[in-house]
Design a protein around this ligand. Structure first.
Ligand SMILES: Cc1cc2nc3c(=O)[nH]c(=O)nc-3n(C[C@H](O)[C@H](O)[C@H](O)COP(=O)(O)OP(=O)(O)OC[C@H]3O[C@@H](n4cnc5c(N)ncnc54)[C@H](O)[C@@H]3O)c2cc1C
Length: 315
């Protein structure tokens, strides 16, 4: 990682002038946890060219940067981020008659799902109710366990992925396919390389809108009954990675930790693998709660819980 100097930060702000960068922007409102201190510099590119330029400028001036989507899978530290936060609000899209969709990576899945169902194209509706940009969805291979008994299985975004345009770690712009992306469970090449997803091509299939609305309704009902509602309880979704055949949430529950609190961070009464912000939780509270759950589960069951969320900035 590069080291930050005040001169580099000033030079970067000047380079990004057309994007009207702001200084000392508190990040909490840009995350679903509603937690996190200020970014030194903050900009919101609204096209792939602007996104690529912001990343390239930060790299060239050796200023640390972070590409932010909806902030739904991260915990930002209370002291914020030293460097540039690039909040990706690119959202142009192009639909073709054969179900091919080209969309910029900052597009919000909720809007895209509504539009694809309206047009009668199927494939994205399974992910209704999951906060994500397209870039974040590809980054982690967004998935959802479809609840209806007749089609119970985990659906992955990789299934409708065709290709994507990236700004590579080396600075080139190229189109790559799924062999390159290497989709796994909560994993892609983008966890291991500094490539940025600029835009994605999806391949959708024609389907009856009513059937898609039914899937969405079932998924939302299932989710609504089992997860704390984000509108009421800010969170980052599941805190710990899945433990095959056991379930991280079940282990935490069996330690009697539902409702356990550190400050305003609480293990949800509804789902033990979700930490909620009761109003004024700090990143420090969340980290302490995570450490306590890890300790208790390891002592009682010998399982090591691994955080699923990313930790961003200074704590
Ligand atoms: C209530 C709730 C429920 C959830 N349920 C699910 C679920 O059912 N299934 C599931 O899979 N996830 C779930 N999640 C997790 C979360 O929704 C996903 O991880 C989502 O894809 C995060 O997208 P984001 O845009 O918010 O990414 P962010 O959290 O902003 O970023 C996550 C990572 O992606 C990187 N990134 C973002 N955009 C790009 C880009 N364009 N190029 C390269 N890297 C990029 C960031 O740098 C960061 O490292 C849930 C979260 C919440 C809060």
């Amino acid at each position: 990682m590069s080291t930050l100097t005040p001169t580099a930060l000033t030079a970067l702000a000047a380079r990004l002038q057309s994007l009207q960068p702001k200084s000392d922007v508190v990040l909490a409102p840009y995350t679903t946890f509603r937690i996190g201190g200020p970014a030194d510099l903050f900009c919101e590119p609204s096209s792939t060219n602007e996104l690529a330029s912001a990343v390239l400028a930060a790299r060239e001036l050796e200023v640390p940067y972070f590409v932010l989507g909806l902030g739904a899978n991260i915990l930002v530290g209370d002291r914020g981020f030293r460097g540039l936060v690039i909040r990706n609000v690119t959202s142009h899209e192009r639909w073709s008659d054969d179900g091919k969709l080209w969309v910029e990576s900052g597009a919000v899945m909720r809007n895209l799902i509504a539009e694809s169902v309206r047009r009668g194209w199927s494939g994205l509706e399974h992910f209704v109710g999951i906060p994500s940009t397209v870039g974040g969805a590809i980054w982690q291979n967004l998935h959802f366990l479809s609840p209806a008994p007749e089609r119970e299985r985990t659906v992955f975004i990789a299934e409708v992925f065709d290709s994507c345009e990236i700004l590579s770690a080396e600075g080139t712009r190229e189109t790559v396919d799924s062999d390159y992306v290497h989709f796994g469970y909560d994993d892609t090449v983008f966890h291991h390389r500094a490539d940025i997803v600029l835009a994605v091509n999806f391949a959708l299939t024609k389907a009856d809108s009513n059937a898609m609305y039914r899937v969405m309704q079932e998924n939302l009902s299932w989710r609504g009954a089992r997860h704390p509602w984000l509108e009421i309880n800010p969170s980052a979704g599941s805190i710990f990675k899945k433990i095959e055949g056991v379930g991280a949430g079940r282990l935490i529950d069996q330690c009697g930790m539902k409702g356990f609190r550190v400050g305003d961070a609480q293990i949800s009464h509804i789902h033990a693998n979700i930490v909620i912000n009761l109003g004024h939780a700090t990143a420090r509270d969340v980290r302490e709660l995570i450490a306590t759950a890890q300790r208790q589960v390891e002592e009682k069951f010998g399982h090591k819980l691994e955080p699923e969320i990313g930790f961003v900035g200074e704590f």
